[in-house]
Write a protein of this length. Structure first.
Length: 353
């Protein structure tokens, strides 16, 4: 399977390129990147500056769209029209209407589509999903979720302009958090949000911090906080996501900095109010996707699981079936992002549509 990578930013260099290089059934055939200096760092010999050159090649089976957010829609629609399978970075689009258009185009094309929610492949998240599915927590009552990071260079440039990014911290890292929580706890039905721009940057018109209360379709309630102005919370491999789920039978707590473990109150621990959370190691079966060629000890455990995303994409193409996280997951996430922005602007509760 021959892959074209469109964009040579941090996601392409840190996730997509090394991930596909681990897949024996995939070849990165071409890179599209107008910045020659950025293209050189990838080590790919075949480089072009216009994505239409990639889409026009019959030998390219699939493309990865790793560009700024505002370019996702036009490139994805063009790729699907050319019969390419598509893996697109998150958030899928600038708003739900565009994301919905991309999903419908993908469904009509019959091609495999995937949204790059890479944290979904964290071993502890995979294990947490199994515990929820098995009813170990009972009926969920409350959710506490946060994604905190210190300001880093990668959030400057196009990520600081609403017309290019859609929103600030909400689109950049909040999209990851929303997707993970909805995968574990179900769809968000309504929310009320607040946002702030703390950085004194005249070139920026996007928020650095956002928080919201949420009501889930299941009846559970949740609190979310997303910030990229939290000194000490790291950036890149050292940043942190926290998700806490509390149910009628038990609870679990996830931290991105412990991707092979969970804190939880399960079984008798969940019934006894005197018993604190205890640490559980993630069982070996969840440390990578079944069949993945990845050596789980070859990379930092806080990062290596991301490479399973490429493996699942390749396997989905082999099966001829779009599997979660698909563009449908991207649309579900985008609906929450749109509602949060609307709520923050109107200062009222908003239904997620």
């Amino acid at each position: 399977m021959r892959i074209g990578i469109i964009g040579a930013g941090g996601a392409a260099r840190g996730i997509h390129l090394p991930g596909f290089r681990l897949c024996p059934d995939a070849e990165i055939a071409v890179l599209c990147e107008p910045d020659q200096n950025a293209a050189t760092t990838t080590g790919i010999a075949d480089v072009c500056a216009d994505y239409r050159e990639v889409l026009g090649r019959r030998d390219i089976d699939a493309v990865v769209v790793a560009t700024p957010n505002y370019l996702h829609r036009e490139i994805v629609l063009a790729a699907l029209a050319r019969g390419k399978h598509v893996l697109c970075e998150k958030p899928l689009a600038l708003d739900r209407a565009a994301a919905e258009e991309m999903l419908r185009a993908a469904e009509r094309s019959g091609k495999v589509h995937m949204t790059a929610f890479t944290y979904r492949f964290t071993p502890a998240i995979q294990y947490a999903r199994r515990l929820v599915e098995q009813g170990e927590l009972g009926d969920l009552r409350t959710v506490r979720a946060a994604y905190l990071m210190a300001l880093s260079g990668h959030v400057l440039g196009w990520r600081s302009e609403k017309r290019l990014a859609g929103s600030g911290v909400l689109a950049d890292i909040g999209s990851h958090l929303v997707h993970l929580v909805q995968w574990l706890a179900g769809d968000i039905r309504a929310l009320t949000a607040s946002e702030r721009r703390f950085r004194e940057d005249p070139t920026s018109d996007v928020e650095d911090w956002v928080a919201f209360l949420a009501e889930f379709a299941t009846g559970a309630c949740g609190t979310f906080e997303i910030s990229r102005v939290a000194p000490g919370r790291g950036a890149g491999i050292t940043e942190d996501i926290f998700i806490e789920l509390y149910g009628t039978r038990g609870s679990l707590v996830f931290s991105l900095q412990d991707p092979w473990g969970l804190m939880a109150a399960l079984g008798e621990d969940g019934k006894d109010p005197a018993r604190p959370l205890r640490h559980y190691d993630v069982p070996e079966e969840f440390l990578k996707l079944p069949g993945s060629p990845r050596d789980i000890h070859a990379h930092d455990r806080r990062w290596g699981y991301r490479y399973d995303q490429a493996f699942q994409f390749i396997e989905s193409v082999k099966l001829g079936q779009a599997r979660a996280p698909s563009f449908e997951d991207g649309v579900r996430c985008q609906a929450v992002l749109d509602a949060a922005l609307e709520s923050a602007g109107s200062r009222r509760w908003v239904e997620v549509r």
